[in-house]
Design a protein around this ligand. Structure first.
Ligand code: SF4
Length: 431
């Protein structure tokens, strides 16, 4: 049986383009927001006509960006309505619906409107509590905005908040990172994400760094920051369940699990299906990985043409698809610019890369076999043996959930010493 599907909606608008960001997002294009919302609803309607019955129920929704909080409450509610008309939602409290928001771009009215529309999780892009670091990142908010946004979110009825952080910034000290983490924990979020700064090619940060104008983050100091975060967050009641993510345990605001792991991202890490909607969105469903047109105007125009019938509702498949000149096979749509039919080996390799990010669960031998019909050790004998010998992977028994006894099933997962060099482990599973 196909597991329930997740939906990612990309909102590619920002007030200002931050110097380190390489996401598909655009500043100064806010006048296109109404047409973009219409196009998103058209894409949802299109998918509704092609989706098979085993993709009828969705369990998580994620508005990412960009800055989704630049849309108005009624615009977001109209997208939620379109999703409700096109899919069955898992009943409350099982549906997780998240929106990313920048502190300083929300108001009490807006938060109440989106909560009433069914959005029940907020993810604020905080990045730092230090004014100099926020200025360097070209963020448009200060920490007062963060405190106020969290307060308003609680008043609007949000009991599941994530705060995003970045560490390893140029000129950042360990003391400054410690202060940021302490101020974040004081706000009692249910979830914290902390990612190391990466200097992306094509961004001002990447350019300045190449020209020697930006003091490079010291990798040893960044490692100290990561390890300090692990200890501090654990001692404050957070479970480190994924390489860069922590979930609070034993909360009075319990939604489903004892922890507030991000269920939408767990869908990715478990290699389960999700539909990507919006400009530049990526998706994985029905054996395809695909991505949509990047530019906002192209995305809007393609959906408008499709609606007017000037673009025929047929799809010419590439060789190897086995599909030519036919109706768009689910999940493909007129806005898709790249798609790839997954081989079983693609799926197995990606399953390893994704699931190994989960620090507690790791990769279960039983799950692997039930999904692919083959033993894990038969597919990756040398890779796993080498990594076990290097103490980068460890074998753990899996607790039998029915009687509390340990059974013979096992999982493999990263060792603590592998967390900072996880990419080296992942590379072993890529052909
Ligand atoms: S607000 Fe976020 S998405 Fe927008 S430019 Fe800055 S980092 Fe990128």
């Amino acid at each position: 049986m196909t597991p329930d599907t997740s939906i990612y909606l990309h909102i590619p608008f920002c007030v200002h383009r931050c110097a380190y960001c390489d996401f598909n997002t655009y500043a100064g294009q806010e006048s296109l927001i109404p047409a973009y919302v219409d196009a998103l609803i058209r894409e949802i309607d299109f998918i509704a006509t092609t989706r098979p019955s085993d993709h009828a129920t969705i369990q998580t929704i994620f508005f990412g960006g960009g800055t989704p909080s630049l849309l108005s409450g009624p615009q977001l509610a109209s997208i939620m309505d379109a999703l409700r008309a096109a899919f069955a939602f898992r009943g409350a409290p099982d549906l997780e619906a998240t929106i990313e928001a920048n502190p300083g771009t929300t108001s009490p009215d807006f938060l109440q409107q989106i909560r009433a529309a069914g959005i029940n999780r907020l993810s604020f892009g905080v990045q730092s509590a230090n004014p100099f670091e926020l200025h360097m990142l070209e963020r448009t908010h200060d920490f007062f905005d963060v405190i106020q946004s969290v307060k308003w979110a609680r008043q609007a009825g949000f009991h599941n908040l994530n705060l995003d952080l970045i560490y390893g910034l140029p000129e950042q000290t360990l003391a400054s990172w410690q202060t940021t983490l302490k101020r974040i924990v004081d706000l009692h979020p249910e979830h914290i994400s902390a990612y190391a700064l990466t200097l992306e090619h094509g961004t001002p940060f990447g350019h300045w760094s190449q020209r020697g104008l930006l003091p490079l983050p010291d990798p040893d100091l960044a490692a100290d920051m990561y390890e300090w975060a692990e200890e501090y967050l654990e001692s404050n009641g957070y479970i480190h369940y994924e390489i860069s993510n922590w979930a609070r345990k034993n909360s009075e605001f319990r939604i489903q699990n004892s922890e507030f792991e991000c269920r939408h991202n767990l869908q990715y890490w478990h290699s389960l299906p999700y539909l990507g909607l919006g400009a530049g969105a990526h998706g994985y469903a029905n054996g395809y990985r695909y991505s949509n047109a990047l530019r906002i105007k192209t995305y809007i125009e393609r959906l408008a043409q499709s609606e007017r019938g000037t673009q025929v509702h047929t799809y010419t498949g590439t060789q190897g698809d086995g599909i030519r000149n036919t109706q768009y096979p689910f999940p493909l749509t007129p806005v898709i610019v790249n798609h790839h039919r997954q081989t079983e080996r693609d799926d197995m390799d990606e399953y390893m890369l994704n699931n190994l990010r989960l620090l507690i669960e790791g990769v279960s031998e039983e799950d692997f076999k039930s999904r692919f019909g083959r033993e894990l050790m038969e597919v990756y004998p040398k890779e796993i043996e080498d990594l076990l010998r290097l103490n980068l992977l460890e074998r753990i028994p899996i607790q039998n959930s029915e009687n509390g006894m340990r059974n013979t099933q096992q999982a493999i997962r990263l060792t603590p010493s592998a967390r900072l060099i996880s990419n080296q482990v992942f590379m072993r599973f890529v052909d």
